[in-house]
Design a protein around this ligand. Structure first.
Ligand SMILES: NC(=O)c1ccc[n+]([C@@H]2O[C@H](COP(=O)([O-])OP(=O)(O)OC[C@H]3O[C@@H](n4cnc5c(N)ncnc54)[C@H](O)[C@@H]3O)[C@@H](O)[C@H]2O)c1
Length: 432
């Protein structure tokens, strides 16, 4: 059992802290957002993540998990300190590491005995080195510490499962002492442990995200060709995915990836590559294709509805992907923004992201309580997130509720033939 503190209790920090408590450690999750900590202390989850609430309550009861706004007490009581704050993009694409540095400075002043400071946030290569320099500069005297890079690969929506049953755990270390501690910490989790140096661990994380985004942009580019050439992207992707060298995941054509990670991580990766003297052009093209997918989708809507001014458009799905309420960089933001600019009125529904959507769209759209309320009286229904709930929609009922029977599906959720049999003009991505 280790005493651990997690600084930054967002999507990653909270899941990390809870799961480390679940495998037997004593964890204090810290955040400087007082409201977030107050909620967590009162068993209220600040975000939606399947399975997390149950684990938080269980581990709080077992006295393995607690929440605090005091970094001081948490660090004093811990041997291992995870930094899990956000690393947002600056305007030039570079990762903004101000939050990381400020935590490193605070931690430095609190080191009184050996501590391991672990980067959990996604950080560009060479950040570990910077954290070490920062701690050395701000600590008192000859503080005893090690810096470790332990990037996180969890996916929002299946984060708990991903953390407890990962495909691998990557640990970048500089000393045998830190390696031993990290091996002990993760011992209860059965997964290949990749022990490497800090720079390699940092590059592994950025490479993984860039590669996954590349697969999505690749299939979206092929989808665009399929539309023009009369081919079917779903069949192309299926056949490609059966080739084990390619693999079937992340080959789903749609309106692009969005989310809080891929866009910023790809920009940050390109930026750090340039700083190191390498022009990583492929990354720029991945991003460009992703951006154009949203524009192409709006073109499809316009083609189907002619003028958008005065049209009522129902939107199903707002979060950047299903099973999360995360709206950061969700394609829905740009798409709805453009539709509003063109004069359309928007009614929308999402199974989990309504609260976060209200913070973004404010009173610019109408918030509906169900898919059916969204369809009622709309000139078209558009699908922006592939929530499982939408698979169970009673299309007969939707057909009766829609003013015009048009469905524009940005996630290829349904069979075109079936939808047209049900009486809809059904438009999707990369299929004719
Ligand atoms: N969200 C994901 O799916 C995911 C997956 C893997 C890696 N990551 C990476 O993990 C990192 C965190 O991402 P996230 O989605 O959890 O971000 P988030 O914004 O949800 O959480 C960050 C938290 O840190 C807190 N914070 C900021 N400064 C602080 C300080 N000085 N002291 C205490 N708390 C502070 C914020 O209040 C916030 O609650 C990022 O680098 C991200 O790229 C995210």
């Amino acid at each position: 059992m280790k005493n651990i503190s997690i600084i930054g209790s967002g999507y990653v920090g909270l899941v990390t802290g809870t799961c480390l408590a679940e495998i037997g450690h004593r964890v204090i999750c810290v955040d400087n957002d007082k409201e977030k900590i107050r909620k967590l202390q009162n068993d209220i989850l600040p975000m939606y993540e399947p399975g997390l609430e149950k684990l938080i309550i269980k581990n709080k009861k077992a006295k393995r998990l607690s929440f605090s706004i005091s970094i001081k007490k948490a660090v004093k009581d811990s041997e291992v300190i995870f930094i899990a704050v956000h690393t947002p993009p600056k305007e030039n694409g570079e990762a903004d590491l101000y939050y990381v540095e400020s935590v490193a400075r605070q931690v430095a002043q609190l080191i009184d005995k050996y501590k391991v400071i672990v980067s959990k946030s996604t950080m560009p290569v060479e950040t570990g080195k910077r954290i070490k320099e920062t701690i050395s500069s701000y600590c008192s005297g000859d503080a005893d510490f090690d810096v470790v890079s332990n990037p996180e690969f969890l996916k929002e929506g299946s984060a708990v499962e991903d953390f407890l049953h990962p495909e691998r755990i990557v640990v970048g270390v500089e000393s045998k002492r830190a390696e031993k501690l990290m091996r002990e910490l993760y011992k209860p989790i059965k997964a290949p442990l990749i022990i490497t140096n800090i720079e390699t661990a940092e590059i592994i994380k950025h490479s993984c995200n860039a590669f996954l985004a590349a697969k999505i942009s690749f299939i979206n580019a092929v989808a665009n060709l399929c539309e023009k050439a009369g081919a079917d992207i779903e069949e192309v992707a299926r056949a490609m995915g059966l080739d084990k060298r390619i693999g079937k995941s992340f080959l789903k054509a749609g309106i692009g990836y969005g989310g809080s990670c891929f866009p910023k991580d790809i920009e940050a990766f390109a930026h750090i590559a340039a700083q190191n003297g390498y022009n990583f052009e492929l990354l720029k093209i991945i991003q460009k294709i992703d951006q154009s997918q949203k524009e192409n989708f709006v073109k499809k809507i316009k083609k189907a509805l002619w003028n958008l001014k005065g049209k009522k458009i129902g939107v199903l799905g707002l979060s950047f992907k299903p099973n999360t309420d995360d709206m950061r960089n969700a394609p829905s933001i740009d798409i709805i923004g453009t539709l509003i600019k063109e004069g359309a009125t928007i009614k929308a529904y999402d199974p989990a992201a309504m609260k976060k959507a209200r913070e973004i769209f404010k009173d610019k759209i109408t918030y509906c309580s169900s898919s059916y309320a969204t369809a009622k009286g709309s000139d078209a229904l558009i699908i922006l997130t592939e929530w499982g709930e939408f698979e169970k929609i009673d299309w007969g009922r939707v057909n009766r509720l829609l003013k015009v029977k048009i469905i524009i599906d940005g996630r290829n959720m349904f069979e075109p033939e079936k939808m047209s049999r049900l009486g809809f003009k059904y438009i999707s991505i990369g299929r004719n």
